[in-house]
Design a protein around this ligand. Sequence first.
Ligand code: FAD
Ligand code: NAP
Ligand code: SF4
Length: 693
Amino acid sequence: MHASASPYPHLLSPLDLGHTTLKNRVLMGSMHTGLEDGRDLRKLAAYFRERAEGGVGLIVTGGFAPNLAGWAKPFAGTLSTSGAARRHRVVTDAVHQAGGQIALQILHTGRYAYHPFAVAPSRIQSPISPFKPFELSVRGVERQIRAFVNCAVKAREAGYDGVEIMGSEGYFINQFLARHTNKRTDQWGGDYSQRMRLPLEIVQRTREAVGKDFTLIYRLSMIDLVPDGSTWDEVVQLGKAVAQGGATIINTGIGWHEARVPTIATSVPRAAFAWVTAKMKAEFLAAGITTPLVTSNRINTPEVAEGILASGQADMVSMARPLLADPQFVAKAAAGQADLINTCIACNQACLDHVFQNKTSSCLVNPRACRETELVFRPTVAKQRVAVVGAGPAGMTAAIHLAERGHTVSLFDAAAEIGGQLNLAKQVPGKEEFHDMLRYFRRKLDTTGVNVHLGTRVAAADLTGFDHVVVATGITPRDPRIPGQDHPMVLSYIDVLRHHKPVGKRVAIIGAGGIGFDVAEYLVNADEAGHVHSPTTDLPTWQAEWGVTDPALSPGGLSTQRPQVSPPTRQVTLLQRKAGKPGAGLGKTTGWIHRAALKNKGVEMVGGVNYEQIADAGLMVTYGDKRAGATWIECDNVVLCAGQLPLRTLADELLANGRKLDTDLHVIGGAKEAGELDAKRAIDQAAWLAARL
Ligand code: FAD
Ligand code: NAP
Ligand code: SF4
């Protein structure tokens, strides 16, 4: 399709870089997946090949260290020798065969390194690493610069189309720029012209070494979001110098890793930081600098990306996780099938959380991500009639893949709508992305020809005509058996989120797992009529709540005032029996955000309680060994969020009727095992089952 005839004319228009032309304005942002580590890069090649086939304009790899000091962790991916360059050929060849372009990101972690050989401008430990870095000598700084340049040369040798020099997110280069991490008094420290010498030397010397016909991206930290971050004047000065020093493209970096402002989580509004790139764009225009600027963070649909480009805020859009979620993102947009894009919900559950657990990344909505060579859906050679019971994420995923493979699939749900518990999740402020997940499922069910039967509760007797039955009936809430729980003031999370039953001004929530936290978030943001004011859909409110401001007003873009949080609509107490911090089991990279958001809204989080009784006065609790006596938590409602148990009734009936487990009866998702069951596991189980049936 010709770009001008497409629904996204700006997004799909080519970008002329002088020595080469990118086919569109989509840059696949750098993401560490775990496939970079080690010597065998074939899985990485397969992963990038699919993204190149899907039409992305320019891929940037996850970070590769230029030397051992720059490793993120021991044995992290490194590119410093010709031998390593030869091993990377499998990656560059795969991308080029698919018609794509790929740049290697050079990442030196400096004091963020998770190993004892970390180096930095000054011997100041970061709050997110247990290792105190060594202060580099002048010769040591020179060695690091040479390592960057050498890495770029090896990248070119390996067949990469370019490199991205990682100058943001608080890594090595950023550490030289900011005063609070650079206390040097030599030529690499002191005033800004000295502190910015490091990136300039790296860019200029890299450009000299790689020649003119090689794409050099510089990732510029445009808003540090840490106290004592760079001033706006400094950022502009560096941006211009880097552009004039040889960068082909400047990419936007948002926030240091140690920042206490969420930058990519699902509760961050879409395109929440595009205005920062736009601010730089205005500076470039005024100075007559034409170096293309890439904007980034929480851009996950072609509409949002097109809007940014059409309004001139940036020249290109970086999307990273959205291309994990759907490698065909660009191709679908170009074909006018944006409604079939599997949208990244920004949950971090299978990508970033995995990285922090030393596991290979994948994607909650697309378990094939980073498993391209293992999870393969082949057309079936033996067509079967399959009944799938339950249209939650597990059942829908199974039904879609089974139908795509050629089976005849009927999907049943007792409810009048598809989605199962996703319909509860989408009510939670900050989880609006679940609406798009449901849109994707709905469209895929339509286009794959699954026979969907809603409002149909099925029993074993209804399923005799099927070769296989997949039971995906989900869960039933756990009964916490608290004396007095049949009091009319007691509600379940389903009453609150599905039936929107009235909830009073003072609420005690029993259970501080994922659902307890979500119900609390809902209750402090919903008014009595059930209207929810979500900061995620209101950028100024979100910025005020997290203290994000114009970097021209406050260095690093972090407001010096206390966060301006609108008062909670209810007084909420969130309780758990376990001693210790409620929310400890939430996502690795997002738990702190949930805790901070609720704390800002005055939610009291209490661990180590025993539930004694519910009565007119509220909830009676004791603490720990009960020696301190009982306390009443006065409240209008108690909401039960005490976990879930598998709903096995149908599976048990089918077994009793003679079906054989894992032969012609398959149980997945919450129905199989509810403990710690999330949509990631439900979808993953369904996908693997559908691939082998
Ligand atoms: P379900 O989603 O429970 O679906 C089961 C379906 O089966 C239901 O629609 C039900 O009507 C149907 N059914 C049952 N019996 C029958 C029958 N006999 N006949 C016909 N139909 C039947 N997970 C995450 O990973 N990330 C999150 O951020 C997240 N947030 C959440 C927020 C909330 C408020 C809630 C409640 C859950 C959240 N979850 C989250 C959990 C996630 O939604 C569940 O793990 C997931 O939905 C389980 O999927 P499932 O397909 O196994 O079951
Ligand atoms: P959960 O995370 O297992 O939490 C259950 C809570 O109930 C815990 O706080 C637990 O703490 C408490 N509890 C357990 N047994 C109890 C009992 N007998 N009496 C009183 N309290 C009891 O489950 P959930 O919150 O119901 O969530 C269900 C699943 O959905 C989870 O596994 C989660 O993965 C998923 N989910 C994920 C997200 C997300 O953002 N990723 C959000 C929502 C839900 P104590 O035992 O200490 O009291
Ligand atoms: Fe996006 Fe979640 Fe998938 Fe990560 S796991 S790519 S955040 S949908």
